[in-house]
Write a protein that binds this ligand. Structure first.
Ligand SMILES: Nc1ncnc2c1ncn2[C@@H]1O[C@H](COP(=O)(O)OP(=O)(O)OP(=O)(O)O)[C@@H](O)[C@H]1O
Ligand SMILES: [Mg+2]
Length: 375
């Protein structure tokens, strides 16, 4: 018998590698439940009572109830799924990023269709079911990291695909930032997608992992987040902070809807956005735009904040509004800058409002500000 996930979790705790987290322990327990079911699953060669026990309709083996783990960034969803995955050494299984899985699925379905056209396989068979059939021969457990639905081709395939996976006995575990009911929110032709949500709720245990702590934020404890001057060394440090907070090299572009407009966010990943100073403060953006950013992100990276003298009066005014908005919403800031905070407005150019900005910024760079947990 391998160790249970809770055993592994406790060992990590005792070794001081992770902090105790009740929400995580509850999810670990649920995953252990699934692991126990998977371990008793009959081998291909076994027949008889056990096999019938697992049988669903038409002799196919129904899948054990998988787990749909959703919650905010940095809560430990991926960590728990990976521990669970590695605690099942003997099970045929796959752990894959959701996007990679869908890409592969689309490709394999296309290949099946091609074979059907060439008469190599029965042309009336449903390619999606044939794919599930293939997968059943390969794996009994599928772990999908960062499940999300934004694409209409994915949205239209997912229901049929998951239905087929479940009826072929493949257990599915996913991590995601989105509860089932919010999936593909505002998506095109969403009505056709709703049965998939029902299917998830019917066939998977939906569990929320939303402890107090974003553990990625903890990695930045005690590190400088206002990097000055703007030189090669500080640009490197900026990249490292970005990677430590997002686990990615580059974010993807994103558009925030604001009052019927679309505000471009050049890079976003895991609740963190990244802008050049000009993209934030030299464009005609106002309080509503900054508020939308504060609602969408917990941390904002700003590259190359300049000294804002008389020539940059407009930029300075927008920067003031930006900082006020971020401050009110307890957003974190990381920046490279030409000057320390007290030198951002040269003598004679800063006004009363900017004095407040300076004071707020100083507070926002403190460790307390960073480690503060949202309520
Ligand atoms: N209890 C804990 N103590 C210390 N560190 C932890 C704990 N739980 C998770 N971490 C660490 O926090 C980081 C974020 O965890 P993880 O990647 O699992 O988050 P996630 O919930 O998958 O976030 P996302 O939704 O952004 O993918 C990881 O480096 C992980 O090892
Ligand atoms: Mg994750």
């Amino acid at each position: 018998m391998g160790r249970s996930l809770l055993d592994i979790y406790d060992a990590e705790l005792r070794a001081g590698r992770i902090a105790a987290d009740a929400a995580q322990q509850a999810v670990a327990q649920q995953l252990d439940g699934l692991a126990a079911v998977l371990k008793t699953r009959p081998k291909k060669s076994e027949t008889g009572r056990l096999r019938r026990l697992f049988s669903g309709r038409s002799g196919e083996r129904a899948a054990p109830r998988g787990l749909y783990i959703w919650g905010d960034v940095g809560r430990g969803k991926t960590m728990l799924m990976d521990l669970f995955f590695s605690a099942l050494p003997d099970l045929p299984k796959r752990r894959i990023h959701f996007h990679a899985f869908m890409q592969d699925a689309h490709m394999r379905i296309q290949a099946i269709r091609d074979k059907q056209r060439q008469g190599e396989v029965w042309e009336d068979a449903d390619p999606v079911r044939m794919l599930a059939e293939e997968l059943r021969r390969e794996i009994a457990l599928l772990c999908l990291d960062e499940f999300q639905v934004v694409d209409i081709t994915d949205a239209m395939l997912l229901g049929r695909l998951f239905e087929a996976l479940f009826s072929h006995g493949i257990a599915v575990v996913v991590t995601t930032n989105t509860p089932p009911r919010d999936l593909y929110h505002d998506g095109l032709n969403r009505n056709a997608f709703l049965p998939f949500i029902d299917l998830i709720e019917e066939r998977m245990d939906v569990t929320c992992l939303n402890g107090e702590t974003d553990y990625r934020i903890g990695r930045l404890r005690g590190r400088e987040v206002w990097l000055t001057p703007i030189d090669a060394e500080n640009r490197r440090r900026m990249e490292r902070l970005w990677q430590d907070l997002t686990d990615t090299r580059r974010g993807g572009p994103l558009y925030l809807p604001v009052k019927g407009r679309q505000v471009e966010v050049p890079q976003a990943a895991r609740g963190v956005a990244r802008f050049g100073f000009d993209e934030l403060c030299a464009r005609p953006l106002g309080p509503a735009d900054y508020l939308a950013m504060a609602a969408a992100f917990h941390t904002i990276f700003i590259d190359a904040v300049p000294v804002m003298g008389a020539a940059l009066a407009n930029e300075r005014r927008r920067f003031t509004i930006l900082i006020d908005t971020l401050y009110d919403n307890h957003i974190r800031i990381v920046a490279t800058s030409a000057a320390p905070i007290t030198g951002l407005a040269p003598r004679g150019t800063g006004d009363q409002a900017f004095a407040r900005t300076v004071s707020r910024l100083q507070e926002m760079l403190s460790d307390q500000w960073w480690m503060h947990e949202e309520d």
